[in-house]
Design a binder for this molecule. Structure first.
Ligand SMILES: CC(=O)SCCNC(=O)CCNC(=O)[C@H](O)C(C)(C)COP(=O)(O)OP(=O)(O)OC[C@H]1O[C@@H](n2cnc3c(N)ncnc32)[C@H](O)[C@@H]1OP(=O)(O)O
Ligand SMILES: CC(=O)C(=O)O
Length: 530
């Protein structure tokens, strides 16, 4: 099978996604990461667009990348202007980027109605721009915008545009499904024709408006394309670009093409999460290959089978893309889900205990608990039902007061009374709201007894109404996410009272941390039998 180049445009087309805004530092960090994983090209930005993108190229030049070539992106010269006098062309050259990607028009509609030039002038704009940049010693990749729509309406003109780019010295013509509405058969047919027409290699750049960006990229490769452009996690304009994480995994694992130097695929999960973190976006749990749910098994029959042969319900082994298998516990669980979770405590042989845990889970889930989102509370539940739970403190009492004079911000105060190692402790604390005040008072009461608590903090707090038909008497489910230096964990509380539900989740979170520090829990992936 062939070597396929991966061209990442997270920093340019990805930045065109709604809500995405990378700082200069983020862009440089992502560049380093992509280079380390073996990406071939990194499109860093549009130097004419803004000072940050211009500065990026100055700093990227200092990065001593091992593998990737950095590309500056821009459009062909404006109509009626010589390429050497065009501000966009000058910005591309001044960027000092070794590779310049020039986007030009392929669809006669855009030429006539958007640029408002004739076809001959558009061909001259492409030719002049590519020739000028090549004359400045740069490699030129030519992005043929709207190529597939253009080919449908006027195939001779669309092909003439990429021929012009080839004749002017471009090293690659990348056919863009800019509106993202093409289907795989259309992509394959058109790429095949372009491959037969040109001598230079063909690349593919797809958008996801029909949810087909990955399929269209693979169809293009099957028809002869040797470069795929896309973004990490598929972020980008409108519905996004082809997700290079999925494209790379499919090309490498399903079609045995060589991508990412043969090594990067097993770091795809880490890369995906790294980019989400820097983009300040939530992880997409159901993202294929790398999402937290991509290898999470919930249905009891699935878990039963996966315990015997993992690939009975998995298309690849999770570790080949750096992901892990997970077993979820819920009302849909059978004994196998519980057994899988209990293996790390070596309790799985105790059939009565497994049945008791399952019964307890089903009872609690009928009250509104959901353990799949609260694995730390489930670990505590196993200990409690197994009879080897030791309370690290005894809860005696708590109270929360909120006072407001209607003129200033409400003041929230919590009081917590505990017995810790035989000593009664009674503490009060103020906070930004009841959960924060309770958390502060609980920590004050435990102060000195468990120093590890200082490194733990809350990172997320979610409330859901469970039986909404009951109005204000409805039950609420609170899920709290906490972290320390080494782990993130989630706990749950359910009650008619939001403060009580929060308190239950908070206490579980602190108890999990204290028991973990005392060596009671080990973080292990489920080990399946194959
Ligand atoms: C498919 C893609 O994703 S292409 C990349 C799209 N990305 C972006 O637009 C983000 C960065 N863009 C920008 O910062 C700005 O749009 C700039 C700096 C490029 C241009 O800004 P402005 O000069 O203010 O122009 P504006 O954005 O309003 O309009 C685009 C101009 O470029 C012209 N143009 C558009 N495409 C091309 C092209 N391929 N070749 C030549 N000229 C073009 C248009 O005709 C229009 O010029 P006109 O006003 O003289 O008719
Ligand atoms: C070049 C590009 O981003 C597009 O045509 O979609």
């Amino acid at each position: 099978m062939a070597r396929i180049q991966l061209y990442d445009t997270t920093l340019r087309d990805g930045s065109q996604g709604e809500g995405v805004n990378f700082s200069l530092q983020d862009k440089l960090l992502i560049t380093r990461k992509l280079d380390a994983l073996g990406f071939d090209y990194i499109e860093g930005g549009y130097p004419l667009s803004n000072p940050k993108d211009f500065e990026y190229f100055q700093q990227a030049a200092e990065l001593s990348l091992k593998h990737a070539r950095v590309c500056a992106f821009g459009m062909t010269r404006r109509r009626g202007v010589m390429a050497e006098n065009d501000v966009g062309m000058r910005a591309l050259i001044d960027s000092q980027a070794p590779v310049v990607t020039i986007v030009g028009k392929s669809w006669d509609l855009h030429v006539e109605e958007i640029l408002r030039v004739n076809e001959a002038e558009n061909l001259a704009m492409i030719r002049d721009s590519v020739e000028f940049v090549v004359s400045q010693g740069r490699e030129v990749i030519y992005d043929a915008e709207h190529f597939f729509d253009g080919y449908l309406h006027n195939p001779e003109f669309a092909l003439a545009t990429i021929r012009a780019a080839q004749e002017a010295g471009a090293t690659m013509a990348v056919l863009c499904d800019t509106n993202g509405g093409s289907l795989p058969e259309q992509i394959a047919r058109t790429v095949g024709i372009a491959c037969d027409t040109l001598k230079i290699p063909i690349g593919i750049h797809t958008h996801n408006d029909g949810d087909l960006a990955t399929a269209n990229s693979l169809a293009a490769v099957a028809a002869g394309a040797v470069q795929v452009q896309g973004t990490i996690n598929g972020i980008g304009e409108r519905c996004g670009n082809a997700d290079l994480v999925c494209v790379a995994a499919n090309l490498s694992l399903k079609q045995e093409h060589e991508v990412l130097d043969g090594k990067g695929v097993r770091h795809l999960t880490e890369l995906s999460r790294y980019v989400y973190e820097l983009a300040n976006m939530n992880f997409r749990n159901n993202q294929p290959f790398v999402g937290a749910s991509a290898f999470a098994h919930k249905g009891g029959m699935h878990v039963h089978a996966v315990n015997r042969i993992a690939h009975s319900y998995e298309h690849i082994e999770p570790q080949v893309v750096g992901n892990v298998r997970r077993v979820l516990v819920s009302e849909l669980s059978g004994r196998s889900n519980i057994v899988a979770k209990a293996t790390k405590y070596k309790l799985e042989q105790d059939a009565d205990l497994m049945a008791k845990i399952l019964e307890r889970v089903q009872d609690l889930e009928s009250e509104g608990y959901q353990f799949e989102a609260a694995e730390a509370s489930f670990d505590l539940l196993i200990k409690k039902v197994a009879g080897n739970y030791e309370a690290m403190f005894e809860r005696m009492h708590y109270r929360v007061n909120v006072e407001t004079d209607q003129k200033s911000q409400p003041v929230t105060e919590a009081t917590v009374k505990l017995r810790v190692n035989g000593e009664v402790r009674h503490e009060v604390a103020e906070g930004d709201g009841p959960v924060n005040a309770l958390d502060s008072a609980l920590r004050k009461a435990l102060n000195g007894a468990y120093p590890g608590l200082e490194e733990m903090h809350l990172v997320d707090y979610k409330v859901r109404v469970i039986n909404s038909t009951e109005g204000t008497a409805a039950r609420v489910r609170v899920v709290i996410e906490s972290r320390d230096k080494e782990e993130i964990w989630s706990t749950i509380g359910v009650s008619e009272n939001v403060i009580e539900a929060s308190w239950l989740a908070l206490v579980d979170s602190v108890e999990y941390k204290l028991l973990k520090d005392a060596g009671h829990f080990k973080i292990e992936a489920m080990s399946a039998a194959d």
